[in-house]
Ligand binder design. Structure first.
Ligand SMILES: *[C@@H]1O[C@H](CO)[C@@H](O)[C@H](O)[C@H]1NC(C)=O
Length: 390
C-alpha cells in the first residue's frame, strides 16, 4: 500500500481539497523524504472529519427543506422556485470550500429538480445530439489517434498520441503537457450549453475553495449544474481521453484505481470577478485544464505558471538549492487547448489584464478522494492495454 489519503470526499469533500492539498502534499513529501522509502503516510488534518460530519448532517436537512418548500408552494415548478432563491455571494478566496454550505445543502434537491426541468423544457435536440458526440467536439487528428489506440492499444498507436503532446512547464520533468483538444465547433457547442445554464436563473455554487466564479458540473453535489448534456460530456472526456492519457503521460504516478473518480468545474477570470489564482497544488492525481474561450474572445494576461519545486536530479549539497528550485514556467491558453498536469505540481494564474478567460477544469483522483503521491516502481507501471483497454 502506497496510498496517501487526503480526504474522503463524497464529491462534496472535493471542494475542500484544493487548498488542503497544498499543506498535505508538502507534509507528505517531507515525511516521505525523511523515511526515505515512500511508505504510507496519512495526514491527520481534521478536515476529514469535518467533511464527513457535514455531509452526514446535511442529508437530513436536505429532506426536511424539500418537504417544507413543497408544502409551501405546490403550484409552482422547481425551476420557478429555484429562480426565486436569494443566492449568497461567494466571498472567500482561500479555504472557502464550505462557504454557505448550509444554504446549498438546504436547497440542493430543489436545484437538481430545476436543472432536470430545464433540461427537458428549452433544449435543442440537434445541439444535444451534436454535443454528445465526441467526434464533433475533439480536434480530428487527436480524436482519430485516441480512437485508434482504444481499438488497438499498442505503443505504436500511443506514439501518434505522444506526437500531439507538447511538454509544458519545467523541461524534461514530465510535469505537464498541452495539446489542441477542442474544435471551434466543440467550443461553440460547449459554451452555448454553459451559457444556457448561466442564463437560466438557477443558482450556482462557487466552483472550489479559491475560485468564486464559474460552476461545478456534477449530478450529485448540491448547488452544481446537473444538466445531463454537460455531466455526460465531462464523463466521456474523462473516460475516453483524460484517464488513459494521464496513465500514458504519467505512468509512474497513475496506477489502477488512482484515477477512478473526478470533480469538474468551470472557472472565469476578468476584471469584475476573479483576477488571479494564488499558488497551490490540486487535490488530484492529474488535472485537465481546458480553455473554453471562443476564437474571437481574446483576453490579455491570465497565463498559468507552473513552479519547478522538485530537487534537481543531480542535486548536490554544495549547489544553491533555492536558486535551482522555484523556477516559474508560464503557459498561455489558446481557445480549445488542454493542459494536463500532475495534481502535485505547484501552479498559479497570473492576473488578467483585459477580457475574460473561461476554463473547464477536471481533477482526477482515486476512490473516496484518495490522492496518491508516491511514485510506482517501473515494473509496476500499467501496460499499454491497461492504459487504454476496457
Ligand atoms: C437548434 O440548433 C440548430 C443548430 O445550431 C439550429 O440550426 C436550429 O435553428 C435550432 N433550433 C431551434 C428550435 O432553436
Amino acid at each position: 500500500m502506497k496510498y496517501t489519503n487526503v480526504i474522503p470526499l463524497l464529491h462534496l469533500g472535493a471542494l475542500a481539497l484544493q487548498t488542503a492539498a497544498k499543506d498535505v502534499t508538502e507534509q507528505t513529501k517531507d515525511s516521505f523524504e525523511e523515511k526515505n522509502g515512500y511508505s504510507v503516510t496519512k495526514h491527520e488534518k481534521n478536515i476529514n472529519l469535518q467533511a464527513n460530519e457535514n455531509s452526514i448532517g446535511l442529508k437530513q436537512n436536505m429532506v426536511e427543506a424539500n418537504v417544507q418548500s413543497r408544502q409551501k408552494d405546490e403550484s409552482c415548478s422547481a425551476l420557478d422556485q429555484a429562480r426565486r432563491l436569494e443566492v449568497p455571494k461567494a466571498k472567500g478566496t482561500i479555504d472557502a470550500e464550505f462557504e454557505h454550505a448550509d444554504f446549498w445543502d438546504e436547497h440542493g434537491d430543489l436545484i437538481k429538480l430545476a436543472w432536470s426541468e430545464l433540461s427537458t423544457s428549452n433544449s435543442n435536440e440537434t445541439e444535444n445530439a451534436a454535443i454528445s458526440n465526441l467526434q464533433n467536439i475533439i480536434h480530428p487528428s487527436f480524436y482519430s489517434a485516441v480512437e485508434a489506440t482504444h481499438r488497438n492499444p499498442t505503443e505504436a498507436n500511443e506514439e501518434v498520441i505522444w506526437s500531439h503532446m507538447k511538454e509544458a512547464g519545467p523541461p524534461g520533468k514530465s510535469q505537464a503537457y498541452k495539446t489542441q483538444l477542442l474544435t471551434d465547433e466543440g467550443l461553440r457547442l460547449l459554451r452555448s450549453e454553459l451559457d444556457r445554464a448561466t442564463s437560466s436563473g438557477i443558482l450556482m455554487r462557487r466552483p472550489n475553495a479559491m475560485n468564486r466564479y464559474g460552476c461545478i458540473i456534477d449530478r450529485e453535489v448540491n448547488g452544481a449544474v446537473s444538466l445531463p448534456t454537460l455531466t455526460s460530456l465531462v464523463k466521456t472526456v474523462v473516460s475516453k481521453i483524460g484517464r488513459p492519457l494521464g496513465r500514458m503521460l504519467f505512468a509512474d504516478a497513475v496506477g489502477e484505481g488512482d484515477d477512478c473518480e473526478y470533480f469538474a468545474f468551470t472557472i472565469r477570470y476578468n476584471a469584475e470577478e476573479d483576477l488571479e489564482l494564488k499558488e497551490h497544488r490540486d487535490a488530484s492525481v492529474i488535472t485537465l485544464n481546458i480553455n473554453l474561450n471562443l476564437p474571437e474572445e481574446t483576453y490579455d494576461g491570465s497565463s498559468l505558471y507552473l513552479v519547478d519545486d522538485e530537487k534537481p536530479l543531480d542535486f548536490d549539497v554544495a549547489d544553491d538549492y533555492e536558486e535551482e528550485r522555484n523556477k516559474r514556467y508560464s503557459i498561455s491558453f489558446d481557445p480549445g487547448m488542454m493542459l494536463i498536469h500532475r495534481g502535485s505540481t505547484q501552479h498559479a494564474a497570473l492576473p488578467i489584464k483585459e477580457g475574460t478567460r473561461h476554463n473547464l477544469v477536471i481533477w482526477v483522483f482515486g476512490a473516496g478522494g484518495d490522492v496518491r503521491i508516491a511514485p510506482y516502481e517501473k515494473e509496476d507501471w500499467l501496460g499499454v492495454s491497461e492504459r487504454w483497454g476496457k
